[in-house]
Design a protein around this ligand. Structure first.
Ligand code: FE2
Length: 157
């Protein structure tokens, strides 16, 4: 990988892999959550993730490249960490731990989509820039909701 165009395409494949991996991991997190609001937030994230996969397919199509994923070590690590919390924590610590893990995932997504949409702009991919900005806004909104949950009581409980 030498050019920004190549980096852009590679990172797009990386988030495509990550969103697909999340659709498999999030149902386990929703099941483990012991708080109704947290469970709802995780289920909302799952629904949003499925939408992001569809939007990413449109991004690939706008670039005339096939939609495919490239193994992303960052999301694999975050999912592994979340699995560890499910196994090792219980009660109040489990909910606070799962909430923190969910925010780590959102922060990862926000950072990737932030880079991607700026690269799309620089590369002149206007349609991709628009679609990636839309995903970025949704990730930011999801992260704010999780912050509201955290300061709204889950951590104190
Ligand atoms: Fe997403």
């Amino acid at each position: 990988m030498k050019t920004l165009a190549e980096l852009f395409e590679h990172t797009l494949q990386d988030v495509y892999y990550a969103e697909n991996a999340l659709t498999k991991a999030l149902p386990k997190v929703a099941k483990a959550a012991g708080d109704a609001k947290l469970k709802q937030a995780v289920e909302d994230h799952l629904k949003q993730t499925r939408g992001h996969i569809q939007t990413l397919k449109k991004v690939f199509a706008s670039l005339n490249v096939p939609a495919k994923g490239e193994k992303c070590d960052a999301i694999e690590g975050l999912i592994k960490e979340t699995d560890g919390i499910i196994k090792e924590a219980s009660g109040k610590a489990l909910n606070a731990g799962l909430l923190a893990a969910a925010q780590s995932v959102e922060h990862y997504e926000i950072s990737r989509y932030g880079s991607l949409r700026e690269w799309a702009k620089v590369l002149g991919h206007d349609e991709a820039h628009k679609l990636l900005s839309k995903i970025l806004d949704e990730e930011k909104a999801a992260n704010s909701k999780l912050t509201d949950l955290a300061v709204g009581g889950i951590n104190k409980k």
